[in-house]
Design a binder for this molecule. Sequence first.
Ligand SMILES: CC(C)(COP(=O)(O)OP(=O)(O)OC[C@H]1O[C@@H](n2cnc3c(N)ncnc32)[C@H](O)[C@@H]1OP(=O)(O)O)[C@@H](O)C(=O)NCCC(=O)NCCS
Length: 261
Amino acid sequence: MSDLLTVVSIIEAHDDEDAEAAQDDYQDDGVDNQFVLEIEGRIVGVTGFRTVPATDETYWLSWTYLLPEYQGKGHGKAMLLELLDMLAALKARKLFVKVSDYQDDDGKLYDSAFKTYQSLGFVEEVVNLDFYDEDENQHILSLDLKGQAAGEGDDVNVIEEKPIIRFCGLLEIAETDGAYTFSWEVKDTKKWFGKRNFTVEDLTLGLSAAQESGARKVFLTFPSNLPLIHQPLQAAGFEFVGCVDDYYEQGIHEFHFVYTI
Ligand SMILES: CC(C)(COP(=O)(O)OP(=O)(O)OC[C@H]1O[C@@H](n2cnc3c(N)ncnc32)[C@H](O)[C@@H]1OP(=O)(O)O)[C@@H](O)C(=O)NCCC(=O)NCCS
């Protein structure tokens, strides 16, 4: 935490909004598994990872930035390789990262990041179009730390589940302009709502509220083993975007859906 301001200033050298969002993250979620890169006593970079609750050994890459004058000299890859060693020691299964393809007059802002992740073996899993803003897409990349190719674990015995899912909130997704999602929870079947799963009417209600709040798009994700979600999502006009393989556990993927307002 004593390095927080230095780290935020490194991120700020690239993007003010990322620096602000990163500072909030460190303050809200702490600095466990977050690391700085020091060269000759100077902090010049930051990276880290966070676990994903309710998954089997799934991790997200945290804010990963170098001071601009230290870029392009192999430091980023060296820093990430060290992080991958730590994840291997933890028996991590998959590491994910979200990257924007924002483009300004000088080209793609995160081009070095894409190149670096590709050189480490990350592959693209899902592209959420117009996610951060109009024409600024979100790319979800992953690295399989167990060395399995996508689909290799598909013969695992996945049990379909039919929980009672109810929506409980509408929120704008952090770091986006106008991308919303619904939070959802699994209801105790004995309680007031009875045994009814969410319906097309529930979705329509949520979409109207999203529209009133100025949403451009509504993004939803669900585990792949819930057969009851598809009919209402389709009837309400949601489109299937893609699938993040083995996100929850081997054989249970994350399905991404979008509704364009
Ligand atoms: C992303 C970042 C941490 C990478 O660190 P880096 O030290 O610049 O990258 P490296 O010099 O270690 O390069 C790693 C690999 O990517 C390639 N690469 C990196 N930047 C590249 C570029 N602009 N063009 C072509 N290749 C590039 C290198 O050739 C190398 O590949 P190789 O090992 O197969 O030869 C750093 O560039 C950075 O801080 N970028 C700005 C912030 C950012 O975008 N963060 C990520 C947000 S998701």
